[in-house]
Design a protein around this ligand. Structure first.
Ligand SMILES: *[C@@H]1O[C@H](CO)[C@@H](O)[C@H](O)[C@H]1NC(C)=O
Ligand SMILES: *[C@@H]1O[C@H](CO)[C@@H](O)[C@H](O)[C@H]1NC(C)=O
Length: 368
């Protein structure tokens, strides 16, 4: 009897869990590189990992999770904003049953738009390139259909919020990785950027074909100003000009491509998020945002604390909140919070054709 009652209670709980998402939080899917990876690379043999301290020092569990931050990353904070728990990495064994309704994070540190970006991180098993991330998205949808049926699965995917962050690695870990790289001998920078945008557009169209209808696409930051590049390429502490030129060519062409896609699929299907502008604000006037510096990483070694990886033996800053950069490339949680708040409520200079809070508002009003 007692056994029967608790089985009933468990079933009721199961029904509640299944019923919840259509009533409150929408699903959230994440694609891209280390800026948005929630830990997929922990499950791979690669050197591009953030799975040991002091990564995660300010995470709720105070443990390294594979996120490239001291605490929460951009997708985590977006999850907070939509009232959802953080997305699990797609490769996590915990991602099954009702957890599928939260969405999934397919991102993998080191990847780019191109398949040959990030090859230096590969050991025996690959990083999850974006074509594979999309393949996993298809696989995920099969699991979702098995859980809730075909029509509800389609609805969950159509109503989901999607985030994709790509492009930075195609410069720092490909074209500019070494002098006279293969790609830099093959393409002038403007031609390379055109090629990247052409390939990125195909990826975004594929996402649309797979059911994505509200996709936040972040451009690259001012790549030449990351502590890693200041340490590696800058003599006078000024942002590296080649990488700045790369970002300045890439970002406007990405926005243009998103406008073209929106003309075809409907306005606001793709939302351009101007990471360059937000980061540039930090660099121009760090104090205005409560930062002590935007040119030194909190965790690292060497000039700008920007050489090599952040590890247990690195120089670690005392107050993470005073730094824009946690390690040589990736923002602190506090910087991530400001970045997301600009995506949520910023003007058209930061996010276009509409900000995320407006988009979420419109979408909520369309849901029954
Ligand atoms: C990358 O590889 C995938 C799978 O092999 C392929 O479908 C895709 O076209 C490739 N992308 C580029 C830009 O070559
Ligand atoms: C952005 O969001 C805020 C808050 O929801 C809103 O008041 C503002 O008008 C929006 N700006 C644009 C340009 O959409």
């Amino acid at each position: 009897m007692a056994g029967g009652a608790s089985a009933l209670a468990i079933m009721a709980l199961g029904v509640l869990l299944l019923a919840a998402p259509s009533e409150c939080a929408r699903a959230f899917f994440v694609f891209g590189d280390s800026l948005v990876d929630n830990g997929n690379n922990n499950y791979l043999m690669t050197t591009a990992r953030a799975d040991s301290p002091p990564y995660g020092i300010d995470y709720p569990t105070h443990q390294a999770t594979g996120r490239f931050s001291n605490g929460l990353n951009i997708p985590d904070i977006i999850s907070e904003q939509i009232g959802a728990e953080p997305t699990l990495p797609y490769l996590s064994p915990e991602l099954h049953g009702a957890k599928l309704l939260v969405g999934a994070n397919f991102a993998s540190a080191g990847v780019g738009i191109l398949n040959d970006t990030g090859i230096q991180f590969v050991r025996t098993v690959n990083i999850v390139r974006v074509s594979r991330q999309l393949h996993y998205f298809g696989e995920y949808q099969g699991k979702l259909r098995a859980l809730v049926g075909a029509s509800q699965a389609t609805q969950i995917v159509n109503r989901a919020l999607v985030l994709i962050t790509l492009g930075g690695n195609d410069f720092v870990n490909n074209y500019y990785l070494i002098p006279f790289s293969l790609r830099s001998r093959q393409f002038s920078l403007p031609d390379y950027v055109r090629y990247l945008i052409f390939e990125y557009k195909k990826i975004l169209m594929r996402l649309y074909d797979m059911g994505a209808r509200r996709v936040l696409v972040t451009g690259t930051g001012p790549l030449g100003c990351a502590p890693a590049e200041l340490a590696l390429r800058s003599r006078d502490g000024e942002c590296d000009r080649d990488l700045m030129r790369a970002a300045e060519l890439f970002n406007p062409q990405l926005s243009q491509a998103l406008e073209e896609l929106n003309a075809r699929y409907g306005d606001g299907t793709f939302i351009a998020a101007n990471s360059f502008r937000v980061h540039f604000d930090f660099i121009s006037d760090p104090a205005a945002y409560g930062f002590r510096t935007a040119k030194e990483a909190c965790c690292g070694q060497g000039p700008h604390n920007g050489v090599g990886l952040c590890t247990a033996v690195s120089r670690l800053c005392a107050n993470r909140d005073q730094y824009v950069f946690w390690d040589s490339y990736h923002p602190t949680e506090r910087a991530n919070r400001i970045i997301v708040s600009q995506f949520m409520t910023g003007s058209l200079d930061y996010v276009s054709p509409l900000n995320l809070s407006t988009a979420l508002h419109i979408d909520a009003s369309l849901m029954d």
